[in-house]
Design a binder for this molecule. Structure first.
Ligand code: HEM
Length: 249
């Protein structure tokens, strides 16, 4: 009797210590560099280069996609620069001969080109997301770095400016324009009315919020119309109530 109690206690003790050990060492399976359970694969730069020998792994802003289904684009040639390493800068400048992951020197408008590509891969059913590469944009735990947050803030600002510029161009209807090659003359004109008010062609001049440069185009305005942004000028030798103006560029 005493022996069987001892055996039972031994077995129970073993089970309990095994359970305590399991709890302390965490669930089995991949972990991040800090030991937490990994929810997404994080490649080191070397591991990514190695893994790219057997499948085409493309990087954009630290995100890794398997683009093996697009081997025609990525296996050889210019776009191979995106495989096995982060060359995000080339998504904007088209310089496929160098590997530059940092895009933070771009303007907020130019960074939108890189963002367009990131959006393209995120949405593409052809190219599955496979993880992150540890580097400028993600740490070894797959956590976004300050640099990525900076890029995302620039993207948000670029989008805000883009929307504001779009709204501006929608507010002021563009002119109809006709160029005659023989005379080298351009004629601009406007639809007769907008909201029941007569419209006239004007040179519309404003400062583009993104480039900070002065931009001009022909747009249609009512007489003495107040503007929220920018200013207008009359076309040379064209009266303010003329429905069309003709000039040589
Ligand atoms: C910043 C410059 C550029 C970048 C970053 C770029 C990048 C790319 C990438 C990543 C692809 C593959 C898309 C996919 O996986 O479906 C692609 C495709 C293509 N690119 Fe470019 N490209 C650039 C400029 C150009 C230029 C200047 C031309 C033309 C002269 C061009 C012509 C093409 C064509 C024809 C395709 C194939 C489109 C298709 O068949 O779906 N690209 N480009």
């Amino acid at each position: 009797m005493r022996l069987s109690v001892l055996i039972l206690c031994g077995i129970l003790g073993g089970v309990i210590s095994w359970a305590v050990y399991q709890h302390a060492s965490g669930p089995s399976g991949p972990t991040t560099c800090s030991g937490a359970p990994a929810t997404v694969h994080v490649f080191s730069k070397d591991a990514l280069r190695e893994a790219s020998r057997s499948r085409l792994l493309l990087v954009v802003l630290g995100e890794v996609y398997d683009v093996s289904a697009g081997a025609d684009f990525y296996k050889e040639g210019s776009y191979a620069v995106f495989i096995g390493q982060d060359s995000s800068r080339a998504f904007q400048d088209g310089n496929f001969n160098r590997t530059v992951e940092d895009v933070r020197d771009l303007s907020v408008m130019d960074i939108l080109s890189v963002e367009q590509w990131r959006g393209f891969y995120r949405k593409s059913p052809k190219y599955p997301f496979v993880g992150y590469v540890e580097g400028l944009y993600y740490d070894c735990n797959g956590k976004a770095t300050d640099a990525l947050q900076e890029v995302d803030a620039m993207v948000a600002e670029g989008r805000r400016i883009e929307a504001s510029e779009d709204a501006l161009s929608q507010r002021h209807t563009g002119c109809n324009s006709q160029y005659t090659a023989e005379s080298a003359l351009t004629t601009v004109s406007c639809p007769a009315t907008k909201n029941g008010l007569p419209q006239y062609p004007r040179v519309f001049i404003w400062t583009h919020e993104g480039t900070k440069k002065e931009a001009t185009r022909c747009a249609c305005f009512g007489l003495n119309q107040q503007l929220e942004r920018g200013r207008t000028e009359l076309y040379p030798d064209c009266p303010d109530t003329s429905p069309s103006c003709t000039f040589k560029l």
